[in-house]
Design a protein around this ligand. Structure first.
Ligand code: 7TS
Length: 424
């Protein structure tokens, strides 16, 4: 397989998406709820819905090809292995990895982050070394480092935020100057504020200081063109289920030179070269990190998801969501007493809208919205440090995707008016 892919071509003009047309590919979105109301799904930040092609690919796998991978010599085992490995190759093209072998299949993004913390950081960091995170991280990019801090005496420090919900990058510069930073681990896109962080710019700073850059791409890969070669990070983690794919599958991309140095995280079948009673040796990456029977049907679904995204065009999806950001922020301004968090500039914001009414609990807001057919999430969204900064233990959050139309935002605004009136 080629390891000399070129960086992606310069952005070409985008083609306008018709989200109502796109929504027709998603069977779940056709249903009516609560006595005939149209389902307005604004919770894609938690998980995206799945098109027919993804559901069909998984069904077909179980109908025609089901077997375990890399083991049997029979026809079904060969088919299953091909599906599993072709998905890896597809994914490497999708994010422009250097090699298919740099794609490690995990259970989800959380496991991918833990794999870096256990497989890389546990081996190479020592007491007093610093890991830099930020105030806007999901717990998946905090708790693995906390576990490491407890075990190894590593120190975890956080970059604070500007009032508009962007990173205070001057704080990163100051941390890096201290000379103790070994890892910087940041999200590409905030799951609450929608902030899109300047990953390529940060990668340069981190590398100039001789540290490793780990990126949580969970909210980015589904929504923006992601090219790991031009972004320049060292590890990049994400989940299939937020990008039209199935639950139970995640990805850790890592530079091969780093993966090769890492210890396995889980031990067992599939990941070994040779085992005796008292010792074992391990496969080269990625096999070393894929112990046990992996999610196979899920990779069949993943291939279909990536094909759907590529056919639609990631630049087109981003253009659609950017337009939706402008529209939504403008429409939400009309709702009295509603505070909306995150950057106002659509250039640096994804389609995520966390908000609160001064005196109404986020769970009440979400419940009333649900009654109106509008599905949003309420809570701390696994970002407690961020909510501490927002001064609120929980917010309600609407999150969009390629099937979200302006009509869905209009329905949200109308339902928010109902909330306001009920509590007036
Ligand atoms: N990182 C970010 C930025 C996320 O938004 C999430 C999930 C994760 C990591 C973890 O992903 P998982 O697939 O391993 O669970 N975020 C959300 C959310 O915002 N609402 O539900 C899940």
């Amino acid at each position: 397989m080629s390891n000399t892919q070129k960086a992606a071509a310069p952005a070409r003009e985008t083609i306008a998406l018709d989200p109502r047309r796109v929504a027709q590919d998603f069977p779940i979105l056709k249903q009516k709820i609560h006595n005939g109301k149209r389902l307005v799904y604004l919770d894609s930040g938690a998980t995206s819905q799945k098109p027919f092609t993804v559901i069909d690919a998984m069904n077909e796998y179980y109908h025609v090809s089901n077997a375990n991978v890399h083991r049997g010599l029979h026809v079904l085992a060969e088919r299953a292995t091909e599906i599993y490995e072709c998905a890896r190759t597809r994914m490497h093209f999708f994010i422009n990895a250097y090699l298919p072998g740099e794609i490690v299949w995990t259970k989800n993004a959380t496991e991918a982050m833990n794999l870096v913390a256990h497989g890389y950081a546990r081996k190479f960091l020592k007491a007093g070394d610093e890991v830099i995170v930020s105030r806007m991280e999901h717990h998946a990019n905090l708790v693995p480092w906390h576990l490491l801090a407890k075990d190894k005496g590593v120190v975890v420090k956080g970059i604070e935020l500007n009032a508009d919900g962007t990173l205070r990058l001057e704080e990163l510069d100051a941390f890096l100057k201290g000379g103790k930073v070994k890892i910087v681990a940041l999200t590409h896109v905030s799951n609450v504020l929608g902030t899109i962080n300047p990953i390529a710019e940060i990668a340069k700073k981190v590398h100039d200081a001789g540290a490793i850059f780990v990126v949580d791409g969970c909210q980015a890969v589904p929504h923006l063109p992601v090219n790991v070669q031009t972004l320049g990070a060292d590890f990049y983690a994400f989940s299939a289920h937020k990008m039209l794919g199935p639950t139970g599958l995640g990805v850790l991309w890592g530079r091969m030179s780093l993966l090769e140095k890492m210890d396995p995280f889980l031990g067992g079948g599939e990941m070994i070269e040779e085992v005796t009673i008292s010792s074992s040796t391990y496969k080269e990456p990625p096999g070393r990190f894929e112990a046990g029977t992996p999610p196979i049907a899920e990779t069949a679904g993943m291939t279909a998801a990536v094909e759907y995204l590529m056919k639609t065009g990631m630049a087109n999806i981003r253009a659609h969501e950017k337009e939706l950001v402008s529209y939504t922020l403008e429409r939400l301004k009309s709702v009295k007493h509603l505070k909306v968090f995150g950057p106002a500039n659509p250039e640096i914001r994804a389609g995520v809208f966390a908000f609160e009414f001064e005196d109404i609990h986020a769970h009440d807001v979400a419940q009333i919205l649900d009654g109106e057919g509008v599905a949003v999430r309420a809570g701390h969204h696994c970002a407690q440090p961020l909510h501490e900064w927002l001064g609120s233990p929980s917010t309600a959050r609407a999150s969009a995707y390629l099937y979200t139309a302006k009509e869905d935002i209009d329905a949200l605004v109308k339902a928010l008016e109902t909330v306001r009136k009920k509590f007036a």
